[in-house]
Design a protein around this ligand. Structure first.
Ligand code: GAR
Length: 188
């Protein structure tokens, strides 16, 4: 059985889509939901699904093997970032080579990098006047949003769109694709 640990910092709609998709899956199981944010609604969503949770601080994440040991104790094989806002430290990247995936709410390499997350991305897209945006699912390396791209899907940006309307369209795309791309990445 492949065992996923999902990392989320906020609402957790992508985490929820993954919980639902892999419930009763024969080969893939969501083993845990981890967060840097004790108030993340994603934690509540995990509790509702009976999925084990863990909150960590910066020191535990970046300066110790605390999180790594916790993941190993649970037999975690793959890490799935779903709205997780901290840079993944080298110790975790080395422990899970090509086994960490992220979803970004724009068509990378556009609108990526430090500080480009959530609504900041959609506001930048709106401001740029681009008529298209989308989602990117990519492997994670030691730099923000620069790992190998596995999948992209686009959607229109209407001139009348607010950043919130763009976000809504992006969330629909994310939830439709992320679970399938994660499954294909793991099972080939
Ligand atoms: C998602 O749109 C995800 O792509 C984005 O945060 C949102 C989280 O929503 N991630 C980033 O911006 C990472 N740079 P959710 O908590 O409802 O899944």
């Amino acid at each position: 059985m492949h065992q996923l640990a999902i990392f989320a910092s906020g609402n957790g709609t992508n985490a929820e889509a993954l919980f639902n998709y892999f419930k009763n899956h024969a080969q893939v199981r969501v083993a845990a939901l981890l967060s840097n944010n004790p108030d993340a609604f994603a934690l509540q969503r995990a509790n509702n699904h009976g999925i084990e949770t863990r909150v960590f601080d910066k020191k535990q994440f970046r300066e110790s093997d605390d999180v790594l040991i916790w993941l190993r104790d649970r037999g975690v094989t793959h890490l799935v970032l779903a709205g997780f806002l901290w840079l993944v430290p080298p110790r975790l990247i080395q422990a899970f080579p090509d086994r960490i995936i992220n979803i970004h709410p724009a068509l990378l390499p556009k609108f990526g990098g430090k500080g480009m997350f959530g609504m900041h991305v959609h506001e930048a897209v709106k401001k740029s006047g681009e008529d298209t945006t989308g989602i990117t699912i990519h492997l994670v390396n030691e730099r923000y949003d620069e790992g190998q791209i596995l999948f992209q899907a686009a959607c229109p940006v209407l001139t009348t769109d607010t950043a919130h309307e763009i976000a809504g369209r992006i969330h629909t795309l994310e939830q439709a694709h992320y679970p399938h791309v994660v499954e294909k990445w793991i099972l080939g």
